[in-house]
Design a protein around this ligand. Structure first.
Ligand code: NAD
Length: 501
């Protein structure tokens, strides 16, 4: 049993985060590796993570395999499966404060922001349960004398890998799009932020999910993650994370011809036209880069401002960025918390020198925030000299805005598209034709017009180019997580050649 350490306020945290296989923590093996889990706000140890080695990954895959090959989940009446997914929704809602607190303490995301994510997380289980309950097949009778029936079946055991920037939302999206059709899975969250995900997987079981449907393994990508994605018992891989890792995973999957769905990085353009409602565009540009502590795949991190309004817009953007309240993510006033781990903070700060070396002008921020402790970075903005600069081409993934100026819409669209990424694009303009043209011509999976990041579960979400392969969404999840089967019946016994008769 894990002993529990009280953290003075609110909820307890287990002292050692373990895997969860068949609904239980596996025995602790002697000589296993423990990794520290550190609170990014206080830099104090919160717990340790016991890393799952290849043997433990093997046990998790075996559990998911059993649950798929012989367990009740894929064979259950859809109404029964739906009842369990609804019970999961309800129990996640009932524990929303606890989960939000764990996310806040473990990742450093501001509590107010995380609370909204908890509601969306619970909703995603309900939404995909609904989609699964309306799944239907096809029947063909055009060929005279034959009936062909096309049915969908769950595909099998999924390896699901999640990142650290919004651990609960992103791990939940992976699970909620995978299991409603009858699949089972092994989930590996990020080694930096395992606390909230471990509690969420416990809650799934408390809500009645049969053991083995969702197994959890914890550990580093190169150890636990790599053992999982190359395991022969896996039928498909759903991955959310960085582009370089996505490339490695697709290579590993290619060797075994296992299908992959990849949600990867971004460097999305946020185009502010002179025809924009400037107040809303300003608010939207700030949300676009500083929400979630700037650690968002879909951040509007390249802010392109039309030259005629640039001096005014940039001055106001900088003034607002300087006023952002950076601090303890548990405080309801905090707008930006710490970055998730030290090496990431150092990486984000390294882009200040990179920007300077390439001729960019530092407009504000650029330093570790002057707080006693914690991995805080001042909200930072630079004005780049060219879209070719690294700060325009590389995902920085922190509270770091790169601004650029443009003259014409042609130029803005060309800049938006000169990127190896294509996750999202934002446009601010009151002119309908301008908005429509950007929607048509920007090569990205989602375009937000006059709004920051509204996520519509009914619509596909994912990236063009190096931002991903496949989409999350009802139709694309059905395609990815189910197999199609055609069964052919003769309506009248058809004539047949009789070999050797
Ligand atoms: P990362 O790629 O370093 O790690 C993601 C996950 O993959 C972690 O759990 C990690 O342990 C695991 N991993 C690493 N190497 C592995 C390997 N060889 N085999 C198997 N698993 C491995 O990414 P990160 O730093 O955790 O997350 C940030 C990145 O995620 C950013 O690039 C961000 O844009 C992207 N992201 C994309 C989306 C999206 O929906 N497109 C959403 C959130 C984050």
């Amino acid at each position: 049993m894990n002993s529990v350490v009280a953290l003075n306020r609110d909820w307890p945290v287990v002292d050692r985060v373990r895997s969860l296989i068949d609904g239980e923590s596996p025995p602790l093996r002697a000589g296993g590796i423990d990794l520290p889990i550190v609170n990014p706000t206080t830099e104090e140890g919160l717990a340790v993570l016991r890393e799952a080695d290849a043997t433990e990954v093997d046990a998790a895959v075996a559990s998911a395999r059993r649950a798929f090959d012989t367990g009740p989940w894929p064979r259950m009446d859809i109404n029964e499966r739906k009842d369990i997914l609804y019970a999961i929704r309800d129990r996640l809602r009932a524990h929303a404060d606890e989960l939000a607190w764990l996310e806040c303490v473990g990742v450093g995301l501001p509590l107010a922001h995380v609370r909204g994510q908890m509601q969306r997380m619970a909703r995603s289980y309900e939404f995909f349960a609904e989609v699964a309950s309306t799944l239907h097949g096809e029947a063909y009778t055009q060929a005279k004398g034959w009936l062909t029936v096309v049915t969908r079946e769950p595909k099998g055991v999924a390896a699901l890998i999640a990142p650290w920037n919004a651990p609960l939302s992103l791990a939940s999206m992976r699970i909620a799009t995978c299991i409603p059709w009858g699949n089972t899975c092994v989930l590996k969250p990020s080694e930096y932020t395992p606390l909230s995900v471990r509690r969420m997987v416990e809650i799934l079981h408390e809500a009645g999910l049969p053991p083995g449907v969702v197994n959890l393994v914890n550990g580093r990508g190169a150890v636990t993650g790599s053992a999982l994605v190359s395991h022969p018992g896996i039928d498909m891989i759903g991955f959310t994370g960085g582009t370089a890792t996505g490339r490695d995973i697709m290579t590993a999957a290619g060797r075994r011809l296992v299908p992959v769905a990849l949600e990867l990085g971004g460097k999305s353009a946020n185009i502010i036209c002179a025809s924009a409602d400037i107040e809303r565009a300003l608010d939207g540009a700030l949300v676009g880069i500083f929400a979630n502590n700037g650690q968002q795949c879909l951040a509007g991190s390249r802010i392109l401002v039309q030259r005629s309004i640039a001096p005014m817009f940039i001055e106001r953007f900088v003034e607002r960025a300087r006023n952002i309240r950076v601090g303890d993510p548990l405080s309801p006033r905090t707008e930006v918390g710490p970055l998730a781990y030290r090496a990431h903070m150092e990486r984000v700060l390294s882009y200040v020198d990179i920007a300077r070396a390439e001729g960019a002008q530092l407009l504000t921020g650029g330093r570790r925030a002057a707080l006693e402790r914690g991995w805080f970075v001042e909200p930072t903005a630079v004005l780049a000299a060219s879209n070719d600069a690294r700060v325009c081409q590389e995902e920085i993934f922190g509270p770091f805005a790169t601004l650029l100026e443009f003259d014409t819409l042609d130029e803005a669209i060309a800049i938006a598209n000169r990127s190896r990424f294509g996750l999202a694009g934002y446009v601010w303009s009151e002119d309908f034709a301008t908005a429509m043209r950007c929607s048509r011509e920007i090569r990205a999976g989602t375009i937000w017009i006059n709004t920051p990041m509204m996520r519509e579960l009914r619509a596909p979400f994912g990236g063009y180019k190096e931002s991903g392969v496949g989409r999350d969404g009802p139709a694309s999840s059905v395609d990815f997580y189910t197999e199609l089967k055609s069964t052919i019946f003769p309506l009248d016994p058809p004539p047949m050649h009789r070999y050797g008769a």
